[in-house]
Design a protein around this ligand. Structure first.
Ligand code: HEC
Ligand code: HEC
Length: 344
């Protein structure tokens, strides 16, 4: 079986362009950054494993079991963890007190505002399919919320529905909501949540709910990574079922990508301007220019691709767009592997 996979990959390599050569394939959104394996994958639900008992609990349903996460003083049911208007807070000691809009959102708004904490997690550290909101300035966060609300942040792969959800809820946010959320997330220091490992052979995964999941039990096997970055939770159940903000992710990147990415980020590699010029010498951001160190690689590549292809057109995006002209998706991948590996 392994031999067949390797052979299949070797054969498919013949048709692939060599690195550095401009090619049409560069212009397709790379499926892995949108957590798909191909252009033909169908969307799989955000709930990656079994259906969530009690997720929409109605009266009369038997009480679903509670669960405890190591290190937490609390136990919650899946319904509590996945609640749109007040998701479970496993580790209140890890973050300042959340303002109402972050902890609960506002169901009565039109459209309703789902709690930021549900998607971005209570401490704002986020997940590959959304965004890390820590380590940013208030000014930047508010500008992005305004950009979302004005339809200036779209995603290049229409299968990704949560970007549209983000846009919609931003239209319902008041200035006061934006200020409160920005003040909260900008007050949380960024922490390292993703470990980058260079590897040619990786565990076989399946796509689901915006990230990749290692096949368990009898289905477990390995496959060639190829030219992509693979993000997968460190602890599948803690992360994907119980949405632990402490579980973290592993990003497998092609051997050599960190070194090539480092060169690109610090010198531009003759293709663009060095990223440090605006994002700061440590890539932790400068004034309203956002930090890049430690971000999810899929998020980084989505943003670069979206900006290059006219789908992210925020007030400050024009500063980035010309720099992306000569960068193909492989360059973006290498830069992302390196940027993710940095301490935030
Ligand atoms: C339904 C899930 C969901 C909810 C709820 C949600 N977001 Fe988001 N948010 C996203 C996604 C997805 C993205 C990234 C979009 C992409 O990659 O195309 C994002 C991106 C962002 C960004 C951009 C970060 C950056 O570095 O540019 C900000 C800021 C943000 N969200 C703030 C908020 C705030 C504040 C709330 C609560 C009022 C909130 N979000 C609620 C899904 C969500
Ligand atoms: C001329 C200044 C400048 C340079 C040089 C620059 N950037 Fe940016 N970058 C920005 C600004 C400004 C934004 C915010 C764009 C917006 O608000 O839409 C940004 C946003 C980004 C984002 C989105 C971050 C987020 O949280 O959503 C990524 C990723 C990024 N840049 C990567 C890079 C990379 C990689 C390089 C080097 C190849 C680079 N940038 C070089 C100014 C710059």
């Amino acid at each position: 079986m392994r031999n067949l996979i390797v052979l299949g990959l070797a054969l498919s390599c013949v048709a692939l362009p060599c690195s550095g050569v401009a090619n049409a394939a560069d212009e397709e959104p790379p499926p892995w950054a949108w957590a798909f394996t191909s252009r033909d994958d169908r969307v799989t639900p955000i709930t990656p494993l079994a259906p969530l008992p009690g997720a929409n609990s109605s009266a009369g349903e038997t009480a679903p079991p509670s669960h405890n996460l190591a290190g937490s003083k609390f136990s919650f049911t899946r319904a509590e963890v996945w609640s749109s208007y007040g998701p479970a807070d496993w580790f209140p000691e890890d973050h300042p007190q959340m303002p109402e809009i972050v902890a609960k959102g506002r169901r009565s708004s039109n459209p309703p505002i789902v709690a930021c904490a549900l998607c971005h997690l209570t401490d704002g550290s986020g997940r590959p399919e959304n965004a890390n909101l820590t380590g940013l300035t208030q000014e930047y966060i508010i500008q992005q919320l305004v950009d979302f609300s004005k339809g200036r942040r779209k995603t290049s792969d229409p299968r990704k529905a949560n970007t549209e959800a983000m846009s919609k809820l931003a239209t319902a946010m008041t200035e006061e909501d934006m200020r409160a959320a920005a003040e909260y997330f900008s007050s949380i220091p960024a922490k390292k949540t993703i470990k980058v490992i260079e590897a040619a052979i990786v565990p076989k995964t399946r796509s689901g709910g915006g990230t990749f999941h290692i096949l368990p039990g009898a289905d477990a096997c390995t496959e060639m990574l190829g030219n992509r970055i693979l993000e997968t939770p460190v602890k599948e159940e803690d992360s994907e079922i119980w949405r632990s903000p402490r579980s973290g992710f592993i990003a497998y990147a092609p051997p050599g990508s960190l070194e090539i990415g480092k060169e690109l980020v610090h010198t531009g590699s003759g293709k663009t301007v060095e990223c440090t010029a605006c994002h700061g010498s440590d890539l932790r951001g400068m004034g309203p220019v956002p930090r890049l160190a430690g971000l999810a690689p899929s998020y980084i590549v989505r943003q670069l691709y979206d900006m290059k292809h006219g789908n992210r057109t925020g007030l400050w995006s024009p500063l980035m767009v010309p720099l992306l002209k000569n960068l193909g998706t492989e360059d973006m991948m290498n830069a992302a592997a390196y940027l993710t590996s940095l301490d935030p």
